[in-house]
Design a protein. Structure first.
Length: 350
């Protein structure tokens, strides 16, 4: 059984694999044709919002490298737009956040964590303003990494105790560069500072316990781990969403404690064990992509079948609603890069 401690170090970052087990990330990602069919205006709105959010975070990282950040103008507006999209039909935006990207960037990581955190917040029935604050905190939660030497950020080997101590200061660095910024309140700063704290006192930077850790911080903590596990890194492949959720669940009694079960339940319900954009294999051995989640039946999503039982590309995609197909069920999640027959197959998906 794979546990969270097997793949994440004490600083919360993924561990390098054992020697001889290194795996390169995929050289490409599924084309937009692999996404669920949506109106062009909806596709454009989600894609534009995602790109603008990444550029905004990138700009703030540049400011953080140079010194204190004067304000976070633009950030609240982006968070509000994310809330608006996710309140409606936000499946494409969730798909964009879930897709593996070329290379690894903290910028897209922060945006993904913001999108996922807001979705979880909706599942917890947060009010509009609370969702916006949670989204802002997630967007800027790792800005302090701009103060950490790049050789440590990009290092794939195990960090020494001294190096680990430096990396563990990044929540403090984040608060320091943001402390005087206009438009921030203590709720957001506490969420950032608490993101790597754990209820049993084993977290950092202050080793807080139980009620000392804010709920926003707890949400971002779990979502941050989920996002890291479900995206590839230079030294390992990504884990499927159901694998990541199982690993987090197994760690609840240790790093996160039972108080976070409510957050995990919201994560499972809102993002689903089989989220939009993920690929699954049915009991018939056919492979398809999840295009819509049945929140009342999280194990029975709507799927576009694209590979037959032999692994051959179907000439025409077949859509099925598992909630209406009693003889069909999901056997397992699959990594499309491990089953697809090259980039040609991916680019031909329609």
């Amino acid at each position: 059984m794979v546990r969270l401690s097997d793949v994440l170090g004490p600083d919360g970052s993924p561990k390098p694999p054992p020697k001889g087990e290194e795996k390169k990330p995929p050289s490409s990602v599924p084309s937009k044709k692999a996404m669920p069919p949506l109106a062009e205006s909806e596709r454009g709105e989600a894609a534009t919002l995602y790109e603008e959010a990444v550029e905004w975070v990138k700009k703030k990282f540049t400011e953080a490298e140079k010194g204190p950040i004067a304000d976070i103008s633009g950030g609240p507006e982006i968070a509000e737009r994310i809330v608006k999209v996710l309140t409606g039909d936000g499946e494409l935006l969730l798909t964009l956040a879930a897709l593996p990207k070329e290379g690894y960037h903290l910028y897209s990581h922060c945006v993904n964590v913001s999108i996922f955190s807001i979705e979880v917040g909706q599942g917890l029935h947060y009010r509009q303003q609370e969702l916006v604050q949670l989204g802002i905190a997630a967007l800027i939660h790792d800005l302090g990494m701009a103060k950490v030497p790049k050789e440590l950020v990009e290092k794939t080997e195990t960090l020494s105790d001294e190096e680990l101590a430096i990396v563990r200061k990044h929540p403090i660095y984040t608060v320091e560069v943001l402390e005087g910024a206009k438009g921030l309140d203590r709720t957001i700063l506490d969420a950032i500072l608490h993101e790597h704290e754990r209820l049993d006192g084993t977290g950092y930077p202050k080793g807080l316990r139980e009620e000392q850790v804010s709920e926003f911080g707890g949400i971002i903590a779990i979502v941050d781990v989920y996002e890291a596990l479900t995206h590839p890194r230079p030294y390992r492949k990504r884990y499927t969403q159901d694998e990541a959720m199982k690993m987090i669940a197994y760690s609840m009694g240790n790093q996160f404690k039972e108080e976070h079960v409510r957050i995990l339940k919201a994560l499972v319900k809102e993002l689903s064990i089989y989220p939009v954009g993920s690929f699954v294999q049915l009991n018939t051995k056919e492979i398809g992509q999840v295009v819509r989640v049945n929140k009342n039946f999280p194990l029975l999503p709507i799927i576009d079948i694209c590979l037959d039982a032999r692994g051959d590309h179907l000439p025409e995609i077949k859509r099925i609603n598992l909630a209406q197909e009693p003889l069909l069920h999901i056997k397992k999640s699959v990594d499309i890069f491990e089953v697809a027959k090259g980039e040609t197959w991916l680019s031909n998906m329609s």
